[in-house]
Design a binder for this molecule. Structure first.
Ligand SMILES: Cc1cn([C@H]2C[C@H](O)[C@@H](COP(=O)(O)OP(=O)(O)O[C@H]3O[C@H](C)C(=O)[C@H](O)[C@H]3O)O2)c(=O)[nH]c1=O
Length: 409
């Protein structure tokens, strides 16, 4: 049965998993498309790379890392399944692919938890993007929707450290069990898999340590969230080695950009200031995060999905280290506030001190480099975005702040 027929059947037999067009401007395609379009979509295969990156080829030869799947070749998926495509990073990836690869059809699978919002992918061409509402732990659902896809790009995760400290359970279920369910579906249907992960699996670095994380840094996660992501990374590697699954992993640093939930550091402070409330800084504020614009993350993920070597891990980072207090002062300045107009609050238990990524492998092998290198300019754009999208964030703001208040933060 082809992908279009499967979609049609899912729409008919499982309306609970399908978003209806009128609800959200995104149309779920329920009719089989033309035969020609169907053939083009299912025609994904490995092709010789027309313009191989010389640095990449050189590096692979030097390291003797010849890999029949990817060396000098490119994987051209026509149908991708993006889990968590209504969350912040996932939705930005869906938008990136829709904009830059219009021939690629995207099925978004999202449970629409508090952090997933269908508005994040609204306005994309209905012929290119479908949304299936469902849980990655739902084996029967995966059985219906995975076949026919060339690749799964797995963003779906519980992602907020503070929530994992308050209640670890959903993190283990979604991040560990959910990843295992997807790996099993990918294995059964021989689907290429890319796993989105975090630099937090490596633990933290001292503030005065010149070292940065590399792909060889030992795992040392601190929080229930990062431990669950570390577990999921290990599962992916086990499926590659044991079952020969065609999979890659990327571990990225802190993302910023549009559509980020107001629970996270940058949007929380921006939206608090917009509401006339004072930003909240944890602990000493000296903790360092390595910021990357979410669009640069998306470009890196696409590069790894299409040109990365199977079985490999790539770290993604844009040399954006900055202390929390420096970021907060920058936000306050950009929003016309005094630099000390914030409150110090209770620190996060086990708070990681510093993250820092060395993305040399990604740069050398795949020729990736960040395009958003002006952090202050990027922050200004993000501030403008939140100013223009109050309707998008306001409904979540009060409940989020109530949660923080209860934690003394
Ligand atoms: C919400 C908040 C946070 N903070 C501090 C705590 C952190 O040192 C820093 C960033 O916090 P946030 O919760 O936004 O992000 P991280 O805990 O670094 O984790 C994030 O980046 C990694 C890579 C992921 O993998 C996570 O999924 C993602 O949530 O600001 C404050 O000082 N005040 C606040 O109000």
């Amino acid at each position: 049965m082809g992908l279009a027929e499967r979609r049609a059947n899912t729409a008919k037999e499982h309306p609970e998993n399908v978003i209806i067009a009128s609800f959200m401007k995104i149309k779920t395609r329920q009719l089989p498309r033309t035969e020609e379009a169907r053939k083009a979509r299912t025609d994904a295969r490995w092709r010789p790379h027309p313009d191989p990156n010389p640095a990449a080829v050189g590096m692979r030869r030097y390291a003797g890392m010849v890999n029949s799947m990817a060396c000098g070749g490119v994987f051209e998926p026509r149908n991708i399944l993006v889990t968590g495509g209504c969350g912040f990073i996932g939705a930005n990836f869906v938008r990136y692919v829709a904009r830059n690869h219009p021939h690629v059809h995207i099925t978004v699978l999202d449970k629409l938890t508090y952090a997933g919002n269908p508005e994040n992918i609204a306005g994309l061409p209905p012929s290119q993007v479908d949304l299936v509402v469902g849980d990655i732990c739902d084996v029967a659902l995966l059985e219906r929707i995975v076949p026919g896809h060339d690749a799964i790009v797995h963003f779906a995760a519980e992602s907020h450290n503070d929530n994992s400290i308050a209640n670890p359970e959903p993190f283990i279920r979604t991040n560990v069990e959910g990843t295992m369910r997807l790996l099993e579906a990918a294995r059964k249907h021989d689907v290429r898999f890319h796993h989105i992960s975090t630099d937090e699996v490596y633990g933290d670095l001292a503030l005065d340590d010149p070292a940065r994380f590399t792909e060889d840094t030992p795992y040392h996660p601190s929080s229930p969230y990062s431990a669950s992501k570390a577990s999921s990374d290990h599962l992916v590697r086990a499926w590659v080695r044991t079952y020969g699954l065609r999979a890659t992993i990327s571990n990225c640093s802190n993302n910023y950009g549009p559509y980020q939930h107001v629970e996270k550091f940058i949007p929380r402070q921006i939206t608090s200031i917009m509401e006339g409330a004072r930003p909240k800084l944890y602990g000493t504020g000296e903790n360092v995060r390595d910021w990357i614009h979410t669009e640069d993350h998306s470009r890196a993920v696409w590069a790894i999905l299409t040109r990365g070597r199977i079985g490999e891990t790539y770290l993604i980072g844009a040399d954006g280290e900055m202390s929390n207090i420096a970021v907060l002062r920058m936000i306050l300045r950009l929003m016309g506030q005094p630099e000390d107009a914030f409150d110090w609050v209770r620190d996060r238990p086990g708070h990681d001190r510093r993250y820092a990524i060395d993305a040399s492998k990604l740069r050398a092998e795949l020729g990736w480099s960040p395009m958003h290198t002006d952090f202050a300019g990027g922050l200004r754009n993000v501030i403008d975005w939140y100013a223009e999208h109050r309707d998008w964030w306001a409904p979540a703001k009060e409940a989020t702040e109530a949660r923080y208040r209860a934690q003394g933060q």
